[in-house]
Structure formats: C-alpha cells, structure tokens
Design a protein around this ligand. Structure first.
Ligand SMILES: *[C@@H]1O[C@H](CO)[C@@H](O)[C@H](O)[C@H]1NC(C)=O
Ligand SMILES: *[C@@H]1O[C@H](CO)[C@@H](O)[C@H](O)[C@H]1NC(C)=O
Ligand SMILES: *[C@@H]1O[C@H](CO)[C@@H](O)[C@H](O)[C@H]1NC(C)=O
Ligand SMILES: *[C@@H]1O[C@H](CO)[C@@H](O)[C@H](O)[C@H]1NC(C)=O
Length: 378
C-alpha cells in the first residue's frame, strides 16, 4: 500500500475539439494501471528514471518517479483508471482522447485533468488530489479524503448512474450515496493511505486479498510486460455491476422491509420481531426505516432461499456491516444442532444456532417464531 501512495500519476484527459468539424475526436485510449510494486526499484542516482525505466523494458510514456532515492517505473492506479472510466460515461467527455503527461503546457490544453497537475478546481475541470492542503471529502458527513476516483464521482457520479441505469431520479441520491459509501470510499481511503481502523489497533486478520485494488494489482502485467485496455475495463465494470445490483436487487428489497415493519405487531406483541416473505438485503433498509417508526427490531424471520421450507431467525446487528448483535440468540443454544438443540431450547424442529449466536434455523415459521419468543425473554 505504501508503494503506490507515492506515485504521482501522470494523466491528462485531452478532448481535442476540431475547429471545423463538429464535436470531439476520439482517438487511441490509454487506460492506465497501478504503479507496479515490482517497478524498476533502481537507484535514482545518475541516469534519469525515465531512461532507467526504458532500459528495463517499460514503455516510455509510462510513469517514472523517483522517491526516496528509488526509481519506480510502472503504471497508474485503479483510482485513476476508475476516474477515467467514469468520465468516459459522461456526455462531455465520452469522446475524449486520453493522454498521459505531466507537461504543464500539455495539461493546459486538456479539457479535463485527473490525478495530475496539482490543482483541484471543478469549475476548470481540474481534479488532482496530490497537492499539499487538499482536504476535499465527499460531503460534510464524510471524513475520508478523496482520491481522483472520489473527486470524479463527487462531480459526475449522478450522471454516471443515470447513464448506467436510466434516469430514475426518484432514487438517484440514494444510489449515489450508497455507491459512495459502499464502493468508492474504500478506494479513496486505500489510495490516500487511510486505515479503516485506528493505528493503535492491530487487525485480527488480514484484509481479503481480493478487494478491488488487489484485483487490479493482480491483473497488472509485470513491469516488463505490456498491458491491454481490456484488463482495466474489466475492473471498472465492477462499479457498473455494483450499481446495477443496487437498482435491481437492493433497492426493491426495501418494499419487503416496509411491509414487514408494518406487520410487526402481528408477529409478536412486543413489535420487536419482523417476518419477511422472502430473504432479501434487509439490514440497511431496516436501520433507516426504524428511525421513521421509532422502533428497534431485535430479530428477523425469513424463509430460506432454497425450496426446503426451512426458516431462519437472524439477529439484527448493531451496525449493518458488523457481527455484533443487539440481542444475540441465547448462549445456551449456540453451536448446537437438531435434536440436541431442540432439547436444550425446548423447541421442536430446530436445525441449528450458529456458534456466534447471530443466526439460527428451524423447519417451520412457527419454529423460528418460538425461537424469537424465547430469545426475547432470555
Ligand atoms: C445522501 O447523503 C447525504 C449526507 O451524506 C444526506 O444529507 C442526504 O439526505 C442523503 N440522501 C439520500 C437520498 O439518502
Ligand atoms: C520479464 O522478465 C523476466 C525475468 O527476466 C523474464 O523471465 C520474462 O520473460 C520477462 N517478460 C517479458 C514479457 O519479457
Ligand atoms: C420513541 O420510542 C421511545 C421508546 O419506546 C419513547 O420513549 C419515545 O417517546 C418515542 N418517541 C417518539 C417521537 O415517539
Ligand atoms: C422449530 O421450532 C418448533 C417450535 O418450537 C419446534 O417444535 C420444532 O422442533 C423446531 N424444528 C426445528 C427443525 O428446529
């Protein structure tokens, strides 16, 4: 992670407007790659980095930087690739020709400049985030400094979403917020070297090696190989996929949660248990809707997705992404299955209660209801 924090990306998006014919000329697109951590790593002394990079087989228009006496040769980062990809979804820049440069004279000719140039000025379409004093965040509620992807998303994200999923203006801001929180922010943090937890905490395990920056890094060619645009396009496609899934799956699930909340007192007189007609992504919707209803649900019952007819009881976590529950299933039930669980819980047809106490199963809806009823009183 440290290695690519240092990278100064040399990218300019250059929309070349022909003075006589209409519009913008589309030309060779050079999408870019993360600076390879396997870069030249040659000593910067003497020969310039650019020559060292060339000598080591890296094509000359790729990045070369000298940091702390080490010469890095390689490619640009996923945040830049994603920024360019998003710009290419917009009406203003979909025909833009991409060039890579740090030459101020050429940057001055570009109609939009991303990740280079030392200026953030959306009125002039300058979107760099490396300059000293840069502290832009998504909005006042967010504290993560933006990367070039975050900057472009902040200014063009709504247009990109409309382009991808149609102009459903009713939910546009919900999708816009959710995509920032669920997808872009972690990239901003990663690019800016911001940890997801305080530095005095040691993570209990390593982050999954398949998060987006790691996947892009994996797809990177080695420093002495050439690259192709399709590789980077594939990783950017994940953003499109994420947004499509929000619209086709996550958003419609809200209706099921609304209905289940309205019926909560029929499920249990306490009003703290809901039963969904089908399993669906319910956590965030529930937490938002609870405020409107001034309520706090403890257990969610739903049929398994399979055709088994079995039901699940799941505890509502204290936060959507966490495993800590508002009220876990009784300790005595945890980690048991079938008959043994039925005996301990005095409930028939029990299937399992997870050792973590956050989910359990029963063959029937009545069974999970009984589990909820006893757990409420436990
Ligand atoms: C989007 O998030 C902002 C704060 O980050 C909030 O003010 C706004 O109401 C949210 N909009 C929707 C539709 O969720
Ligand atoms: C890159 O360098 C390694 C080590 O010298 C070599 O084995 C490999 O074939 C090179 N790859 C290309 C594409 O030249
Ligand atoms: C919300 O619920 C709490 C606890 O049941 C209650 O004390 C409070 O008065 C409620 N607030 C409103 C606005 O209904
Ligand atoms: C489900 O719960 C019901 C009601 O308590 C109980 O009779 C039944 O044995 C349980 N079934 C399973 C498979 O857990």
């Amino acid at each position: 992670m440290v290695a690519y924090k240092f990278v100064l990306m040399a990218l300019g998006l250059f929309a070349m407007t022909a003075s006589t014919s209409a519009g913008v000329v589309s030309a060779r697109t050079h999408l870019t790659h993360e600076l390879s951590k396997r870069g030249c790593n040659a000593d910067c002394e003497g020969d310039s980095c650019i020559n060292k990079c060339k000598a080591s087989g890296v094509q000359k228009d790729f990045i070369d930087v000298c940091r702390d006496g080490t010469c890095y040769c390689g490619f640009a980062a996923y945040d830049e690739a994603l920024a360019v990809w998003m710009l290419k979804q917009t009406a203003a820049f979909n025909q833009a020709k991409l060039i890579r440069t740090r030459d101020p004279a050429r940057l001055a000719e570009c109609s939009v400049v991303v990740d280079v140039g030392g200026v953030y000025d959306p009125t002039k379409h300058k979107y760099d985030h490396h300059q000293r004093g840069f502290a832009e965040t998504f909005d006042a509620q967010h504290h993560t400094k933006l990367s070039s992807a975050g900057l472009v998303y902040k200014h063009f994200g709504r247009e990109v979403i409309r382009r991808l999923v149609g102009a459903d203006t009713k939910h546009l801001d919900t999708i816009y917020n959710k995509t920032y929180n669920g997808f872009i922010e972690s990239l901003d943090a990663h690019d800016n070297g911001i940890s997801a937890y305080p530095s005095n905490l040691t993570p209990l395990f390593k982050q999954t090696p398949t998060h987006l920056p790691a996947r892009v890094a994996q797809k990177n060619p080695a420093w002495n190989e050439t690259f192709s645009d399709t590789e980077i396009d594939a990783s950017c496609g994940e953003l499109a996929q994420y947004i499509h899934t929000l619209v086709s799956s996550w958003l419609p699930a809200r209706t099921l949660v609304v209905e289940a909340l309205a019926r909560r007192h029929q499920v249990h007189p306490s009003g703290r248990v809901i039963a969904l007609d089908r399993n669906c992504p319910w956590k965030e919707h529930l937490m938002e809707l609870e405020n409107e209803h001034n309520t706090s649900i403890l257990y969610v019952l739903y049929p398994e997705s399979s055709s088994s007819g079995n039901w699940r009881i799941q505890c509502v976590p204290t936060r959507p992404e966490g495993f800590e529950n508002r009220k876990g299933l009784p300790e005595a039930w945890r980690g048991f299955q079938d008959q043994e669980l039925c005996r301990i819980s005095t409930i028939d047809d029990c299937i399992f209660v997870h050792a973590g106490g956050f989910i359990g199963g029963n063959k029937t809806r009545h069974g999970v209801y009984e589990m909820a009823r006893l757990a409420l009183d436990a």
